[in-house]
Unconditional design. Sequence first.
Length: 263
Amino acid sequence: MEPHLYALFKKAVEHYGMFEHTTGIVIGVSGGMDSLVLTLLLGWDNRRQHRDFPLYPVFVDNFNGTNEAHNHRIARLGEYIYRHTGLVLETIRVNSITELTSGKYKPRNTCYLCSQKRRTEIFHYAASKKANKIALGHHMDDILETSLMNLFFKRELSSMVPRLKIFEGEMEIIRPLAYIEKSMIEEFIYTREDEPPIFSEVCPNAILRRDHRRLQVRKLIQTLSEEIPFFRRNLFEAFRNPDTEYLLNYLYNPTTSGRFKRP
């Protein structure tokens, strides 16, 4: 494993106490490089540290097993993961592609509905394994994009947190790649000699429309990163260290001001 990548993974895990009271970790695997790197890091770290909790990589197949080419991609991915970590990739079959592209749902809702379906399946699987952590492959760029989208389009100073309790604390979502930039993941994947079998996530939203807002924000971050030194790191730290005394909610009165009303 590339030392700098592993060091940032370890730092995020330690800073946020992601492995505290862990009974097992279900890893959301999408087929992309982010979740693959997450799986490799977790697998290698578990063996290196001799941890006593199990890891369960899971792939949610939106085609419900009906697409042979997709089945082959999943199988190759599972073989790669097993060869490098000894972990067995579990596949959960769902019928999201057919259902969400049937015309019954508004295109703008497909991303949310698909994500909700996948997560529900993963939560059920985690409960069946008595695993209390769900590891997702969101990296620093994902966190920054979400933060700015909330700022620009939802009028919120909110972000995607590296550790989130759900179901009244019975489970947690963890994001061990929170300190790792996308470019680092790309460099790791594209310089490997064994060519990892990564593939684009097949989702209804990609079939019906593109997420133009996220693409706009991604382009903005890229442009500003080229013009402003350490832009990504500074923006990340700004959302992690808010000075609440100097935010504009100091005189906000919820009894007279409604949500989204202009001052």
